[in-house]
Design a protein around this ligand. Sequence first.
Ligand code: AMP
Length: 298
Amino acid sequence: MSVTVVGSVALDTVDTPSGENIEGLGGAATFFSLAAANYTDVNLVGVIGTDFPKEHIDLLASKGINLEGLEQVEGKTFRWKGHYHDDLNVRDTLETHLNVFEHFEPKLPQVAQDAPYLFCGNAHPAIQMMTLEQSNHKFVALDTMNLWIDIAHDELTDILKKIDCLIINDEEVIQLTQDHNLIRATRKIQEMGPKIICTKKGEHGCLLFHGDQIFSAPAYPMMEVVDPTGAGDSFAGGFMGYIAQQDDTSFNTLKKAVIHGSAVASHLCSQFGPDGLTKINKDDIEARVQEFAELVKF
Ligand code: AMP
């Protein structure tokens, strides 16, 4: 089954303890698509400016990603600049230039509307709602961030009522509920709408809540993380890609989906920008999934 993603396509400038990457290919929808394309057909819906390098479009197309919904409009592409501390869990956003993303109104082509699986990438909840209203999905997952919890709290609360799955960071769970106990806080979000929640804890892994059940997955132990930008979106891409491929949302399948998401995200972090994803194949992912299986077996 196919999956549609709606979100940012960006040019990212980052510096990490390993070096820097200037105006590399980035954006939530980009990382999601490159990860999910390992599993199933992907429709990318987003917007770019006239300055967006053709080589990036060619790369996405070469991975079989359907770009019918990637609009190119007059103006500059969304740009984001980030600085990572020695502790790579700590990141400062130095610059955000929304540019053409500021007035983005997603228009889903028919094939994207009809995809059974939908991922609303991090964006203003109003954009996410516009997406939902056009889609004929049977399962939808959503990402958000601290900014929207702060400035668009009511719109976010409205959309939470309409989704199946929320993929969110531990800090955002606490911010949204004002409860510092992660388990209790996630349960409170389930009461707001989504019955399935992936609470990401960075290098400490991820908790999957599926109704009353909980699954805990580690992150892959890495000696060197080069660039974690897009790890969350790649996780979501591996997670949703696997679910769409299996066409099943049972607890058992979702547990495996969490491991696939974690495996794909670990590959991403090993290089700058999307290189860690573009230079691997399905066998590399499967090998890492097996390493995960060994890691948690006792
Ligand atoms: P992550 O590391 O998973 O949080 O995702 C980082 C990606 O999100 C980068 O490629 C950025 O271009 C993109 N990004 C950063 N800020 C925003 C924003 N306000 N809206 C949409 N995408 C963003």
